[in-house]
Structures are given as C-alpha cells and as structure tokens.
Write a protein that binds this ligand. Structure first.
Ligand SMILES: [Mg+2]
Length: 271
C-alpha cells in the first residue's frame, strides 16, 4: 500500500465514530431513498426532489441543526413543503406525517461493524488512541458512543465531540490531547470532508475508510493525495500496528520517526 509508514512516529491516533466504527450512514441513506420514492409517488420530478433536498433544504438544516439524525425531521418535512410550493400545491398533512415518521426512524444508536471494537482494542493497546467525532447534539452522540461499547476501550476523557470537524477543530483536538505536532498524529475516518481534509490541512496523516454508499455531502476532493485508503477499520488498524504479532507500544519506541508523507494514493468518499 502506498501512503506513509504509519507505524513510525505516530504519537496519537484519532478515530472517527460514525461509519468508521458503527454503521450510521445506511439508515440515513435508506431514509433519503424512501423519501425520494415518496416524493416521486406524489408526482414530483425525481431530479428536482434530489436537488431541492440535497442542494437546498438539507444544507439549510445542517446550518440550523448541525450533524446528526435530529435535523432529518425538519429537513424531510421541508423538502416536501418546498416541492409543493414550487408547483403551487397544498401540502397533504398525511404526507407530511410520513416524512416525519421516515426521519424519526433514523434516530437511535447505530450498530457496530463486525470486528470494529476488537480492532479498536488492539489499536489502543499499541498506540495512544482517542475517539474524535462530530454531532449537532453532543449528548445524543455520547450516548451512542457509550452504547456502542467504545468507552469500554477508550475512557470518556479520551472522547471528544465537536460540532463540526474543521481544520481549526482538529488543531484544538491535538492541543487538547497534548500532541501539538500534527505530524505525529493520524486521523482515521470515512469522510474526505470531515476526517481527511482537516487532518491533511493541519499537517497530520490520515487514513480513509472507504464506504460503499457515501453521503453526497462527504464527496469532496481531497486537498492532497498524501493519505492511505483502506476498506474497513480493521484494515486501518493493521496499517497502523501491523498484524498483531510481536507488536506493542514498548517495542515500537526505538523505531524511526520518518513521516514519509506525500506518496499516498489519490482518490475519494457518512450519512
Ligand atoms: Mg464518520
């Protein structure tokens, strides 16, 4: 694999939560698909429904309500109302209720990916590991994290929830966790927008977990190619700590600290 030698000189690994350790996106994506089917069934043009939802309403609701499932109810309801307004139709209260029910179905702790907690345990035994996640409602997010079993591996004081993962927030997380040199930190996550680009912009390393059905909002261009692509969190852990044979935090202390950045494979990818 190209990219960097992640095993050298990493003092801190920041691990994303949604769609990295737990399968959050599929419920969001399925709810959106059902919303679009409902809109098409009501006679609206599918392209217009997509555009009104993705390009207008959901972006407005992200600004108002932040990331997470709670914006979906106003977002789905408003998508229908706006489509009606564009065509001079009066919204049907029964359809509004169906939009609301679709959105509410997305709320609740997402299931862990197979092997994710085991891989996290192995990672945390070898390298200083923290959970770095984002949400519009931090209490909801912390409850999801707690119920996932992550806090059995990562203590609560090593879990950081921010409103939006920007480059500035990434720097703040490094300062918070006592690693001021970004070059000695590695972000592992599924979002180019929220995980890879902020880390690369800050000067840190990054490992992208590619997902099959990425959220349209996450599909942005990477700011550089200097990151590694893997097909799941256990593979990311393997990249960071090897195959687990003879590995351990103490055994790596004498190894080099070269970064080897800039040779990553190019390419893309929550919900
Ligand atoms: Mg994620």
């Amino acid at each position: 694999m190209n990219g960097f030698d992640a095993r050298n000189g990493v003092d801190l690994v920041l691990v994303d939560f949604d769609d990295t350790l737990v399968a959050t996106g599929p419920r969001f994506q399925n709810a959106r698909r059902t919303l679009f089917e409902l809109m098409v069934g009501e006679g609206f043009d599918p392209d217009r429904a997509h555009r009104v939802h993705h390009d207008e309403v959901d972006r407005e609701m992200l600004e108002l309500h932040g990331l997470g499932p709670f914006r979906l109810e106003p977002s789905f309801r408003e998508t229908y109302r706006r489509l009606c307004a564009l065509e001079g139709r009066t919204p049907d209260p029964a359809i509004v209720e169906r939009c609301v029910a679709l959105a509410r179905d997305v709320i609740g702790p997402p299931p862990c990916y197979d092997g994710a907690i085991e891989a996290l345990t192995r990672l945390a035994a070898a390298l200083d590991t923290v959970l770095y996640t984002q949400a519009g409602d931090p209490d909801y997010q912390l409850d999801c994290v707690r119920r996932s079993g992550v806090m059995d591996v990562i203590p609560p004081d090593r879990v950081r929830v921010c409103t939006r993962k920007t480059t500035a927030e990434f720097h703040a997380a490094l300062v918070h966790f006592g690693v001021p040199d970004p070059g000695r930190a590695c972000m592992v996550g599924n979002s180019i927008r929220s995980d890879i680009n902020p880390a690369l912009s800050a000067g840190a390393r990054a490992i992208l977990i590619e997902v099959d059905d990425p959220w349209i909002f996450d599909q942005v261009e990477p700011v550089s190619d200097a990151f590694v692509r893997v097909r799941g969190f256990p593979e990311a852990v393997q990249h960071l700590v090897g195959d687990g044979k003879g590995e351990g935090r103490g055994e790596r202390e004498g190894e080099g600290v070269g970064r080897g950045e800039g040779e990553g494979e190019a390419g893309v990818v929550r919900g």
